[in-house]
Design a binder for this molecule. Sequence first.
Ligand SMILES: Nc1ncnc2c1ncn2[C@@H]1O[C@H](COP(=O)(O)OP(=O)(O)OP(=O)(O)O)[C@@H](O)[C@H]1O
Ligand SMILES: [Mg+2]
Length: 453
Amino acid sequence: MAKVKSKWVCTECGYETAGYLGKCPECGAWGTLVEEVQFALKPQVKDEFINKEKPELLKDIHIGEEVRVSTNIAEFDRILGGGLVQGSLVLIAGDPGIGKSTILLQTSGELCKNNKKVLYVSAEESASQLKLRAQRLLVNSDNLYVYPQTLMENIKTQIEEIMPDVVVVDSIQAIYSQNVASSAGSVSQIRECTNLLMHIAKSKNITIIVIGHVTKDGNIAGPKVLEHMVDTVIYFEGDKYKSYRMLRAMKNRFGNTSEVGIFEMCTDGLKCVTNPNELFLNERSQVAVPGSAIVVTNEGSRPLLVEIQALVGTTPYPSPRRVANGVDTSRVLQILAVLEKRVGLNLSKQDVYVNVMGGIDVYEPSADLGIALAVATCARDVVVDPQTVIIGEIGLSGEIHPVNNIEKRLNEAVMTGFKKAIIPYANKVTDNRIEIVPVKRLIDAITACVSAQ
Ligand SMILES: Nc1ncnc2c1ncn2[C@@H]1O[C@H](COP(=O)(O)OP(=O)(O)OP(=O)(O)O)[C@@H](O)[C@H]1O
Ligand SMILES: [Mg+2]
């Protein structure tokens, strides 16, 4: 360990350079390059990486009986694609204080109830702090090991000694390995520790769940390669000022990534929300107001009813403001352009605000028609019938495109008590439980709303 080398690494993308640069040439971020001092180690092949196994024929590979392990938490299982896959590496990332440690301690408790041995590595909190949380969450188990430790090599030794079924590492930014000379949380440390954890998971068939911090932009702190290395990336989102939280899979090698899991934060931990529609619609005003429309988005395998609100008013500024919360701003701008060009709604002197109620994010294009109707009805000062749901994607020439899973969406609307649905013509179905209004063009949908007044 004679020569000390130093390199500069971008904390955003992992770009490496020999000297300091103000701007990262790879990702263009400013002031993100940090110095990492490295000791020139003699190159050596680590024992654990010497491959003693031989390639096998696919037909000869035997799958163990229990490939997936249920966490007993229905919403968590849903986003994992039916449970934790044995030997997988899962990354859960989220804002500070959102509840990452809470959900994983609860999950550990539930796994222990299924006779699984769990090792909870707490690199951020002491054993007594963890015990306090466990008491509050009513987690009490003989199979749950707690290990406050930050050195990766010690963690590895304990995993090999205890041989648990599941390991939780809280958090990847707080642990460090002796193989790398930079401090914990640095890009090289995160990469090295994840690499070691991945090797343990795959070679010993142990499921490892890792907690990750996020940067102020909401991305996982550390190199992008971290997300490539793990099998599943789950984001824990939610409005800090409200009690519900959402788990969303951004990558899953063993399941669908469009699922969301919805929880409510209570004193005794996170509780699954079985009927999210009540949660998102219960704050809705019972009196019909202009600029409100109910859309049915399809998040994974479950349709969700969400209220979209719009506010349109004359602007005091030279260029009007367009603000979108919970929906993509460029999508809203496109819908406004279609409303101006194809419907003749003049919005050039109007400020437009679009908001998805309940703090949920809607990424699906099937909400387009709902957004357009919320804006159009607010501009014309008419109301959308509060018993109507709106479904449809809008094309640039003002045509309404079909959406997937229309029966499921309509079924959810019926179950929640809606009486009428405006849907794309190409999706036309007959359902005697709900009045169906199929529309071909955006103007037809607006006419259907206005004529119903
Ligand atoms: N007594 C309590 N009653 C209700 N909710 C609580 C209580 N104590 C903590 N909480 C909730 O738990 C949250 C903290 O959860 P947790 O420590 O699991 O978050 P975290 O994501 O692990 O945070 P960090 O990034 O700091 O590790 C708090 O923000 C609060 O919402
Ligand atoms: Mg925590």
